[in-house]
Design a protein. Structure first.
Length: 159
């Protein structure tokens, strides 16, 4: 092997390592700068005049979201069942009264009213981890960085 060939091989190896590090850093930058999702608000109505006491009876939210129950008539409570992911219990709500819970961990929550006339009426909150929001412009920046590094690598290998 000639000294020139060995020099080019070392140069190509160094360039490949530099290119790999650049792409890795660009990827880390993209994921580190991904904005967090704003928490959402959800509403559940409590009424004796609907098919089910809680409407909607089941709701899917993300960790960090808040559910507010609003009593439309009568007197009711909102109480989580034992052994759920997050425990909560409202005071007795009368017409216009509200109760809110911000959900802090994923899992299925079952709740009910402790009012004896509401026996058997339950609702569910399905709490899931939010999917990350990936801004499209960051994807373009990462791809552009990878293309530039690839072109520089190709240029160095030809030199």
């Amino acid at each position: 092997m000639s000294a020139t060939h060995i020099g080019r091989t070392k140069k190509a190896g160094s360039t490949l390592i530099l290119a790999s590090l650049t792409i890795a850093l660009a990827t880390v930058f993209v994921f580190a700068s991904t904005p967090t999702r704003a928490a959402s608000q959800y509403s559940v109505s409590i009424s004796d005049n609907t098919a089910t006491l809680f409407s909607p009876q089941g709701i899917t939210v993300n960790v960090g979201d808040t559910v507010t129950w609003t009593c439309q008539d009568g007197s009711h409570t909102v109480t989580s069942t034992p052994n759920d992911t997050q425990s909560f219990s409202s005071p007795t709500l009368t017409e216009g009264g509200t109760f809110s819970v911000a959900f802090t961990s994923a899992g299925n929550q079952t709740y009910y009213s402790t009012n004896p006339s509401d026996q058997g009426e339950v609702g569910w909150v399905f709490v899931q981890q939010p999917s990350p929001e990936f801004p499209s412009f960051m994807l373009y920046i990462t791809v552009a960085a990878a293309v530039i590094v690839g072109l520089l690598l190709e240029r160095r290998l030809r030199a």
